[in-house]
Write a protein that binds this ligand. Structure first.
Ligand SMILES: Nc1ncnc2c1ncn2[C@@H]1O[C@H](COP(=O)(O)OP(=O)(O)O)[C@@H](O)[C@H]1O
Ligand SMILES: [Mg+2]
Length: 267
């Protein structure tokens, strides 16, 4: 099935009242965030998308693919499932070396140039994580950040799922702003559940959740895009400090002043 657009029709929140947001649409290339306090229903909303909810989940939401609902008994060829979900708790069960795992996945997906795809996937993953992944490492030996980075890279490069749902990946120690930059190069729909202001403001729009219900949709305007650029600088500074500290360096006043200079550079 070729997916061009998805529409989510609002249902009801935890208290059974109708959602303030009647519906929202996702088009190919969109990057969207879902924000709100813990327990407000963010994961539930992306689960509804993953399940192609048709008034058969607690929220009563309905998901339309290219204008139509998906029958409950519809089963996708696993190699062609249109949705990839990456959650905080996703882990690899396989202890195959990374290279072999990627190669099997690429074959299942019918890829032509398998070696090139593996290289591209590793290159993508290694731009997201501070600790480089090598082909020979067993999947089960990867750190949390490496696992999440590889999962994202694998879903984007090898998996051809047009819709990728990411549940609070920022806690896994990956470079989020770099991830968004790279993702923008792929024409897919990305939905981030996030507490991260940078991810939220680098998205095309964000959905605000409360009490299990969608409260508001905010499109990222010009002022917010400028704010996002400024925040990214702060993010980069924090990342640089993290790298320095992890590599055993001491932070001197000179280093501090030098790094903070980034903030006063013009946009
Ligand atoms: N619209 C809804 N209707 C009924 N229950 C809901 C709804 N949205 C969320 N819940 C319930 O509220 C709890 C918290 O939701 P969850 O999606 O895990 O929140 P979050 O991911 O924002 O922390 C879950 O038990 C979930 O089933
Ligand atoms: Mg959640």
């Amino acid at each position: 099935m070729d997916i061009n657009r998805i529409k989510v029709l609002g249902g009801k929140g935890k208290e059974g009242t109708k959602e303030a947001v009647e519906s929202f649409e996702l088009n190919m290339g969109d990057i969207v965030s879902i924000v709100g306090p813990t327990g407000c229903g963010k994961t539930t909303l992306i689960n509804d998308i993953e399940l192609f909810a048709n008034q058969n989940t607690p929220s009563g939401r309905q998901v339309f693919i290219n204008g139509e609902t998906v029958p409950e008994d519809f089963s996708f060829d696993p190699a062609k499932h249109p949705i990839a979900m990456i959650s905080q708790h996703t882990n690899f069960l396989s202890d195959l070396p990374v290279g072999e795992f990627l190669s099997i996945h690429a074959k299942v997906r019918g890829a032509e140039n398998i070696e090139r795809m593996i290289e591209e996937t590793l290159d993508f993953a290694n731009q997201l994580t501070g600790e480089a992944i090598v082909k020979e490492t067993a999947m089960t030996e990867l750190s949390g950040g490496q696992t999440r980075s590889l999962l994202i890279a694998d879903a984007v490069v090898i998996g051809n799922s047009p819709i990728i749902l990411l549940d609070e990946i920022e806690n896994a120690g990956i470079n989020r702003t770099k991830a968004l930059e790279l993702l923008k190069g792929y024409k897919k729909i990305f939905v981030f559940v996030t507490h991260d202001p940078c991810i939220a403001l680098l998205s095309d729009f964000r959905i605000i959740m409360k009490n299990g219900a969608m409260q508001r949709v905010i499109c990222t305007g010009v002022e917010e895009r400028i704010a996002a650029t400024e925040m990214k600088k702060m993010d980069d500074i924090m990342l640089e400090f993290r790298t320095l500290i992890r590599s055993g360096q001491e932070i001197t006043e000179n280093i501090l002043n030098d790094k903070m200079k980034i903030l006063t550079q013009p946009l």
